[in-house]
Design a protein around this ligand. Structure first.
Ligand code: NDP
Length: 240
């Protein structure tokens, strides 16, 4: 059976690699994005994967967007909550906007996407909810009180919802990537990046495709016994 997957933030970075890997594994894929039309259209043209624009921070927009995807591609069985943002600054300088924007996207966005899909997954007795958290949700990070709180929240969400989904054939898992060579990480100054790499035992940044392979595994039927778990993929940088 060909299944439909939604990947939030699926047109760039880790999300783009996830969208492509799921398509190659035989899924129908919808890639959601927030506002970068140019990147999304280039991605669509290069991959043939349809793109859908809405903000995961807006519950009603998620409901409308999911309805459109399901009308066009069929019921969604796999949700990859990948969309995420950073607004880094030390806490004493952090504004309420910087706190709220990050929580609304990285944590509320996970609720806003999962909640409208949940009953359909329960009725069909199948679902995969895979959330991209972060190493910094596990260990904390200077300048990322907002981001780390949101990503740690994603782990609590995953562990609790996994218990509710288990009897309905729905697995709920999280992946905690370490530092991956995407726009988000390449945007930090080169000196800081070098310092980051020095802390990674394997001696390099991760590749988006390495996270995508974790997603394909967790989405598969073969991973049906794995739920509530946190899959760490960080080159040995932090052993939770
Ligand atoms: P990028 O900044 O490269 O891409 C982010 C994607 O998310 C884009 O497609 C963007 O859309 C989309 N997005 C942002 N906000 C929203 C929103 N409100 N609604 C819908 N889509 C949105 O990020 P990465 O690929 O680096 O990161 C992907 C995920 O992995 C994030 O959750 C991040 O926190 C996590 N992560 C990343 C790590 C890394 O090293 N890169 C490490 C650990 C975790 P648009 O193109 O329209 O802007």
């Amino acid at each position: 059976m060909s299944r439909t997957a939604i990947v939030t933030g699926g047109s760039r970075g880790i999300g783009a690699a996830i969208s492509v890997a799921l398509k190659e594994a035989g899924y129908r894929v919808a890639a959601n994005y927030a506002g970068n039309d140019e990147a999304a259209q280039t991605f669509r043209d290069q991959t043939g994967i349809p793109v859908y624009k809405w903000s995961v921070a807006d519950y009603d927009a998620c409901v409308d967007g999911i309805r459109k995807v399901e009308d066009e591609l069929g019921s969604v069985g796999i949700l990859v909550n990948n969309a995420g943002i950073t607004r880094d600054t030390p806490f004493h300088k952090m504004t309420r906007e910087q706190w709220t924007e990050v929580i609304n996207t990285n944590l509320n966005g996970v609720f806003n996407m999962t909640h409208p899909l949940w009953n359909g997954m329960r009725e069909r007795k199948f679902g995969r909810v895979i959330t991209i958290s972060s190493i910094n949700g596990q260990k904390g990070q200077f300048g990322q009180v907002n981001y780390s709180a949101s990503k740690a929240g994603d782990l609590g969400f995953t562990k609790s919802l996994a218990q509710e989904g288990a009897r309905a054939g729905i697995t709920v898992n999280a992946i905690c990537p370490g530092y991956i060579a995407t726009d988000m990480v390449m945007a930090v100054p080169e000196k800081v990046r070098e310092a980051i790499v020095a802390q990674i035992p394997v001696g390099r940044l991760g590749e988006a495709a390495e996270i995508a392979r974790c997603v394909v595994f967790l989405a598969s039927d073969e991973a049906g016994f794995i739920t509530g778990s946190t899959l760490t993929a960080n080159g040995g940088q932090y052993l939770a």
